[in-house]
Design a protein around this ligand. Structure first.
Ligand SMILES: Nc1ncnc2c1ncn2[C@@H]1O[C@H](COP(=O)(O)OP(=O)(O)OP(=O)(O)O)[C@@H](O)[C@H]1O
Length: 747
């Protein structure tokens, strides 16, 4: 690395030349867009040019590219020297490509890291060859400040043991290490210069297949899902619209946190929502007047706050789990079958042609078969329409055969009369088919125990179904629904009426997918064209015992049976230091989870986490305030004080009042992440990251799977420093087996 690099002179010259080209492009673009015009086409072209100009002025000139890859093509032995940047730069006069966009097909060579047998796809073709050089640049004000020739491939892909061996063996990607060490604010940002090979596979995965990513805390799941959107829109702008992309995330605060990075990636107009906000909008037209949906936070209070009634918890757990399960989805399908079998008489259809007294009949069996087999794939209501059309055709067929036989020609008036008669007969006949109201049907299913028992497979306990019906009846008596009712209602709408295709997404990202129920994910998949979904999450961070995915097979086998999803795992963690991740992993070791979910920290060392155990609560507040002041003085910008519950957060805010200035208490109602010093419950820290995390009362996390996961989430949020605290006297159940060497005890 460094400016002493043997090719420093050539590379600096290349950079000077590139900047000169950019300067002349900037002059040209400014001239082009100076003149106002009424012509619509010119306006469109100008707005494109204005965007280009803005990029060149704001970023392109300062850092036109970050990498170079040399590719020796097989057979022709031509050497392509490709410079890669955040955006492509093309000379306006010759249309020569000066810098290649990171999303372009050839740029994949830079990321894939293969050296001898490299290739990239150009449409349907594959271009093969050898990557002879992968080079990264650090730049400042038009000067190269560092050149790093990459350890192609070995960087992260290699099976590795202790990160320190890795560092010593010299297999590190120096450029990545330098980038991670520089990270001095914890905003989410683009990582186009340092995307790793296994992340690149996900970003560039096939577009019309669901992908499921199990990635450890800090492995870049959120980041790469957003980069994938940017990649898709760049490569498929003819068939996909970024306005029709959707990102689902766990809370509104998280959404504002990710929206920072969207403009950098050129996808600022994607839709973003929590599942509940989006789905509630769709479900509202199905509800009777006056019915309300209770706050999605209610279960959070019931399960996370102290002093809750245990029977209430059990009832809610059984009910909510069931309503999010694939067993519930199957019961909804079964419900329609049940209605068809028990509530439709499939009577024969007879009518008489008065002129000839001929009686025509369509048998009940014919009607049953058409309904059950021919139109089986249609939603119930559309089946009714299709059946009606079909019966009319059949009646016409019989009638006209009869008229032909008797050589009777109907005149215009006769035809109209006949048509009217058919319509009347059909109108009456179709009344024997029940009209299904989605809401009434759902209500019937989840409140009538004996019906529900018939619809649900034997694996689900009677007790669970009893709890579902009893507690649903109580809830519905107040004309209330809960957030977990929405997915089954939308699913039922899909099988009764069909979903509105205009609402469908071109691509959907589900972040923190382990916290959605399987049925919620099934509903999202129904609303996404061609099952083009990126589903990312971490089983180790599934903190909701009453819902959520417990194993990815629930999706891969339970929802996407026809088109198997591609499944990826990411085990390298980039956010926190090696010291912090070692501690966090110890918490996970307490519970039985698959090997894939243990994180391997990457490359960056820092201070050991600190355990603070003051003698009294007052001393604890003083200690925390002192540390916050010190961290602020050291330049750390985001400091989170994290408690187990919202109740504890409120107490902490009181205790720290007057001791820490500009501190914000956050609850799930907050839409914005204010930065600075914040106090919040652990479940709200999901997906976020902070420079420093101070955990209050780590002795409150009990030895259970859910508490361990919650503590793990909180411990994996800091980029730089982790402090664990509790008042002296008790032993934190989840930390008592942690080797003392992994953390420092404060005086
Ligand atoms: N290839 C990379 N190069 C540089 N930084 C990276 C890379 N991959 C991830 N990061 C950084 O790691 C941090 C964590 O990323 P991100 O929040 O996307 O991870 P996550 O898997 O969604 O985490 P979690 O599940 O813990 O919320 C971010 O600061 C991100 O910029």
């Amino acid at each position: 690395m460094s400016t002493q690099h043997r090719e420093y002179e050539q590379e600096q010259k290349k950079l000077d030349d590139t900047i000169a080209i950019i300067d002349s492009e900037i002059t040209q673009l400014r001239e082009d867009i100076r003149e106002a015009t009424d012509d619509y086409v010119k306006q469109v072209v100008n707005s494109k040019k204005a965007k280009e100009l803005r990029y060149l002025e704001d970023h392109g000139r300062e850092k036109p590219y970050f990498g170079r890859v040399d590719f020796l093509k097989d057979e022709v032995y031509e050497l392509d020297q490709v410079y890669i940047g955040k955006r492509g730069i093309v000379r306006g006069d010759t249309f020569d490509s000066v810098v290649v966009d990171w999303r372009a097909p050839i740029a994949s060579l830079y990321y894939s890291g293969e050296s001898k047998e490299a290739f990239y796809r150009m449409g349907r073709d594959i271009v093969r060859g050898e990557v002879t050089l992968k080079r990264n640049f650090a730049m400042e004000d038009g000067k190269i400040t560092g050149i790093y020739d990459g350890a192609v491939k070995e960087t992260i892909h290699r099976e590795m043991g202790d990160p320190d061996d890795f560092l010593q063996e010299g297999f590190i990607d120096e450029f990545l290490a330098a980038n991670l060490n520089q990270a001095n604010d914890s905003r989410l940002k683009d990582i186009v210069a340092t995307i790793q090979s296994e992340q690149n596979d996900i970003i560039r995965a096939e577009k019309e297949r669901p992908i499921v990513v199990q990635g450890v805390a800090g492995s870049g799941k959120t980041t790469i899902a957003l980069h994938r959107l940017s990649y898709l829109i760049y490569n498929y702008q003819d068939t996909m619209l970024s306005k029709k992309f959707m990102v689902f995330a766990p809370n509104r605060m998280f959404l504002t946190y990710i929206s920072d990075v969207l403009p950098e990636l050129g996808v600022d107009d994607v839709q973003q929502s929590t599942f509940v906000d989006w789905a509630a909008r769709l479900v509202k037209p199905l509800l009777p007047k006056g019915w309300r949906i209770t706050s999605p936070d209610k279960p959070l209070q019931l399960f996370f706050e102290d002093g809750q009634d245990e029977r209430e918890q059990e009832l809610a757990r059984n009910r909510l789990r069931f309503k999010g399960s694939l067993a519930c989805r199957d019961a909804l399908e079964q419900y329609i079958r049940f209605v068809i079998e028990t509530r439709i008489p499939f009577k024969k259809l007879s009518f008489q042609y008065n002129k000839t007294k001929q009686v025509f009949t369509i048998s009940g069996e014919f009607i049953r078969q058409s309904f059950l087999e021919q139109f089986a794939n249609l939603p119930y209501q559309r089946r009714l329409d299709a059946l009606r059309k079909h019966l009319k055709q059949e009646m016409n067929k019989q009638m006209f055969a009869h008229l032909r036989e008797l050589k009777i020609d109907l005149d215009k008036q006769g035809l109209a009369k006949f048509e009217k008669m058919l319509e009347q007969i059909l109108e009456t006949y179709m009344t024997s088919f029940p009209q299904l109201d989605v809401f009434a049907s759902y209500k019937e299913m989840v409140t009538d125990e004996s019906l529900l028992r018939k619809l649900v497979t034997a694996e689900v306990d009677d007790q669970v179904l009893q709890d579902v019906c009893q507690s649903s009846r109580n809830l519905f008596a107040d004309e209330r629904l809960e957030a977990e009712d929405i997915a089954p209602l939308l699913y039922l709408q899909h099988i009764v009426e069909g979903m509105n295709k205009a609402e469908h997404f071109d691509h959907t990202v589900i972040d923190e997918a382990q916290d959605l129920s399987a049925l919620e994910i099934a509903v999202v998949s129904l609303a996404t064209k061609n099952q083009s979904l990126t589903i990312v999450g971490d089983i180790a961070q599934g903190i909701h015992s009453y819902r959520g995915i417990h194993a990815w097979e629930e999706l891969t086998q339970g929802i996407f049976q026809k088109l198997r999803p591609s499944y990826y795992t990411l085990s390298q963690s980039y956010r926190s230091t090696i010291e912090i991740m070692k501690c966090a992993n110890e918490v996970l070791r307490q519970i039985d989870l698959p090997e894939t979910v243990l994180a391997k920290p990457v490359l960056r060392h820092g201070d050991k986490p600190i355990m603070v155990t003051p003698a009294t609560r007052e001393k604890l507040w003083e200690d925390v305030a002192k540390r916050v002041a010190e961290y602020r003085a050291q330049g750390f910008q985001t400091i989170a004080i994290v408690t187990k519950t919202i109740g504890a957060s409120k107490k902490a805010q009181k205790g720290l009042q007057g001791k820490i200035e500009d501190m914000t208490l956050l609850s799930s109602k907050d839409n914005q992440f204010p930065g600075g010093v914040t106090v919040m419950p652990a479940y709200l820290t999901k997906g976020l990251q902070f420079d420093v995390v101070i955990l209050l009362d780590v002795d409150q996390y009990m030895n259970s799977e859910w508490d361990a996961k919650l503590l793990y989430v909180a411990m994996t949020r800091p980029v730089h420093r982790l402090v664990m605290t509790h008042v002296e006297g008790s032993v934190p159940p989840l930390l008592c087996e942690m080797p003392a060497a992994l953390y420092d005890r404060a005086e």
